[in-house]
Design a protein around this ligand. Structure first.
Ligand code: BGC
Length: 760
């Protein structure tokens, strides 16, 4: 080979090797820099415009507004459009008819599953099963990605401590540590572990940043006002965990935070998110969140749009404030080109990372969609996960599980509905597909079991309340007979049965966005019905649907068995059959405290110590207690029964002292001393006895889900190290403080065994 050719080949080989070694980001930077050089300011602002028009492309190509805008490069993303073919048609306009052929990003609220729906996030969290939670997100990603979706507005990781707020249904409960674990599992499930290398990996959007779960009075969209001490120790942790897990985008929250709406909050969106946490993805408004800054009193649409961009909000959802005013603001010197460029670059980076520049149709798979959406395999996993999410709140005299063969009266307004099984925020679901509870129970009990169904009551006595709680195709076919007539029919059914299964509680749309309640009990006519059913003297099992903790003091006292099933998703009814008839033993544990009354709210297990703690002997003057109610909840965080029983030994520490560089093992024996196999969620809590700042009475620091056969014993071990004891002190320095700690392990946050450990 001639020397010159050899040298050229060598040089090429080195160049190829160097190119391959080049970090992916550098290639992306070059690509995007080149692209942005070609973009006009209008096209750059167009990338910041996220719009929804529902099913905009029908047949010939779509709504003229979107089509024209897409051709002009004025649409960066679209959301909540269902179907690969429709999305392909829109993408085709973008990449064939727009000047720079930049693909559109397609998002959707894939919150707890796509067509195969998993339990609502609150229920999913009650599994404490991180592999199952990750798998639910993976399946959601597999299904949504086949249908053209590459971006989901999930997970919602807002810490929630006020069950009046309807959106508690969409989040993982009150605890930061558990919330952080769930955030990681969900982000990994959606995004995969390999930089979106697969066409089933979709980008997650962590929401709602920040503190949306702390809206005052539990009323949606209200302000949140909180010390930074609490923020950093509790509320911000799950968002940060999601970002550490690589979440590609973050959605701002509707609420104001300490006086500044999140959408215009530079401290949150830039100082905390980007500077402290090193977030590299893009931020997006919530629905019309930029426009709503006007109502927040932040100025007119031009002023608020400039303010949001300057705060660090990259993409405007729906309001079109960016589209209509940012160029003018630039010309008037109110925003800089650098600010527009930075936002535009992040949006383009998201598309690049997802691989949309390489293949704009990467996520449009009409043929895959027909094979991998709502499959029997996915449904089987959804069924198992739903059963794990149910929480057995009470089971007197082991009434559950029921034995097949007995006649059961299945009574209640939620016993015979399909549309209410999946729960709130399931936009891609086919509401006609889920089985009803009556069907699920019949299938589980078999043909020898006679089921008599009666509705027994409407959802509410008041038809307006019922309409508000059954929106979006979730109607319950309101019965026009009188409440008394409906009840009489139910009592007749009950008279003919051995056992009553009362299926009641909240309808699907009584929780979720804009579904705040001041009274969180079982609605009026249902409660009356339940009382009548109990009066019959027949054993009553309450199968309770709810999207939030409810006040259940009467039920706890009077109903022998209560199985809380949340909204279990596509397979809710079959999973209910599995648990009620004992194929699966319940194992879910509460992630939100159930208060005794609304007056106790906010009530959560990890509250700060006070100077005048309540005594154990009822009300005492000059103590932190109520004259008319206990401090204790009805059901504490971490609580949930099983068909079997687990006995705990004592906490054994490998050492009673340790230093910052070492660690200690806390071990406990757990025995299944009942007669059935079952899963138990063993929980580790820690309390710092003396701190430089006030410390919570206990904090969850670890948990393990274990399976024990009847009679089996396992030793469960937790490693305790210095990191686990760190917190943000009054100066917001994150460190552990030497001293004594109570190491508590148990079956819930109330019933724990304890040992003392000293950090030297
Ligand atoms: C909700 C978000 C959701 C968005 C887009 C808003 O109303 O607050 O959680 O992702 O709409 O549908």
């Amino acid at each position: 080979m001639p020397k010159k050719l050899l040298a050229t080949l060598l040089a090429c080989a080195i160049a190829v090797a160097l190119h391959a070694q080049q970090p992916k980001d550098a290639k992306m930077d070059v690509f995007i820099t080149q692209l942005m050089k070609k973009m006009t300011i209008d096209e750059k602002i167009g990338q910041l415009n996220l719009q929804t028009e529902g099913d905009i492309v029908t047949g010939s190509g779509g709504n003229s507004l979107s089509t024209e805008r897409i051709k002009k490069g004025l649409v960066g993303g679209m959301f909540n459009i269902k179907g690969a073919a429709k999305i392909r048609a829109i993408q085709k306009i973008a990449v064939e008819q727009s000047r720079l052929k930049i693909p559109v990003l397609f998002g959707m609220d894939v919150i707890h599953g796509y067509e195969t729906v998993f339990p609502i996030p609150l229920g999913l969290a009650c599994t404490w099963d991180m592999p199952a939670i990750e798998q639910s997100a993976r399946i959601a990603a597999i299904e949504a990605s086949a249908d053209g979706i590459c971006w989901t507005f999930s997970p919602m990781v807002d810490i929630t401590r006020d069950p009046r707020w309807g959106r508690v249904a969409e989040a993982g409960g009150e605890d930061p540590y558990l919330g952080g674990q769930i955030a990681k599992a969900m982000v990994t499930g959606y995004q995969g572990r390999d930089n979106f290398s697969s066409n089933t990996d979709i980008m997650s959007c962590v929401k709602h940043f920040a503190l949306y779960g702390a809206v005052e009075a539990g009323r949606d969209y209200n302000p949140a006002d909180m010390s930074t001490f609490r923020m950093f120790n509790d509320y911000l942790y799950p968002y940060q965990a999601a970002i550490d897990a690589g979440a590609g985008s973050v959605m701002a929250s509707f609420n104001s935070v300490n006086g500044t709406p999140a959408h215009a909050n530079r401290w949150l969106l830039t100082d905390v998110l980007r500077k402290q946490w090193d977030f590299k993805g893009f931020t997006v408004a919530d629905y019309d969140g930029v426009g709503e800054l006007v109502s927040h009193g932040m100025g007119n649409i031009q002023q608020v749009s400039a303010r949001a961009l300057k705060a660090g909000l990259d993409v405007d959802m729906v309001s079109e404030g960016y589209l209509s005013t940012l160029k003018k603001s630039y010309q008037e010197g109110k925003v800089t080109l650098a600010e527009i460029d930075a936002a535009c670059r992040r949006m383009l980076e998201a598309k690049y990372k997802l691989g949309l520049f390489a293949n704009p149709y990467k996520y449009c798979h009409e043929s895959r969609a027909s094979k991998s959406v709502y499959t029997p395999e996915h449904l089987a996993i959804a069924r198992k996960t739903a059963a794990e999410s149910f929480v057995l709140l009470k089971n007197a005299q082991n009434l559950l599980p029921l034995k097949p063969g007995k006649t059961i009266a299945v009574i209640g307004p939620l016993a015979n509905t399909r549309s209410n099984m999946v729960g709130t925020w399931s936009v891609a679901a086919d509401l006609t597909k889920p089985a009803t509870v009556v069907e699920g129970l019949q299938a589980a009990a078999g043909p020898d079991t006679k089921i008599i169904y009666a509705k027994g009551s409407n959802l509410f006595a008041d038809s307006t309340l019922e309409a508000n709680g059954t929106m979006f195709g979730r109607k319950l076919n309101r019965d026009n007979r009188s409440d008394a007539n409906l009840r009489a029919e139910a009592i007749q059914a009950a008279d003919k049965a051995d056992v009553i299964v009362a299926v009641m509680g909240e309808a699907s749309e009584m929780s979720g966005e804009s579904s705040s309640r001041t009274d969180i009990s079982i609605p009026d006519v249902q409660e009356d019905l339940l009382k009548e059913l109990v009066k019959t003297g027949k054993p009553v099992v309450l199968v309770l649907f709810t999207g939030r903790p409810l006040t259940l003091v009467w039920e706890d006292k009077n109903v022998p068995a209560i199985l809380n099933v949340w909204f279990g998703g596509s397979e809710a009814a079959n999973a209910i059959g599995d648990v009620v008839y004992g194929k699966v033993s319940p194992s879910g544990k509460l992630v939100s405290t159930f208060p005794r009354s609304v007056g106790q709210i906010p009530l959560y297990y990890n509250n700060f110590s006070t100077g005048r703690p309540a005594s154990d002997h009822g009300f005492e003057k000059f103590r932190s207690n109520y004259m008319d109610e206990k401090n204790a909840p009805l059901y504490p965080f971490g609580y949930g029964l099983s068909y079997t029983h687990f006995a705990y030994g004592d906490v054994k520490l490998s050492a009673s002292e340790f230093s910052a560089k070492s660690n200690v093992t806390a071990a406990i024996e757990v025995k299944n001393d009942g007669e059935d196999d079952g899963d138990e969620i063993v929980q580790l809590y820690i309390h710092q006895r003396v701190g430089s700042a006030v410390r919570p009475v206990k904090e969850l620091k670890g948990f393990q889900r274990i399976h024990l056969k009847a009679g089996e014993v396992k030793t469960v071990r937790f490693t305790i190290d210095n990191d686990m004891l760190k917190y943000y002190n009054a100066e917001l320095a994150y460190k552990a403080e030497p001293g004594d700690f109570d190491i508590m392990i148990g079956t819930n946050s109330r019933d724990v065994k304890s040992a003392k450990l000293t950090l030297k």
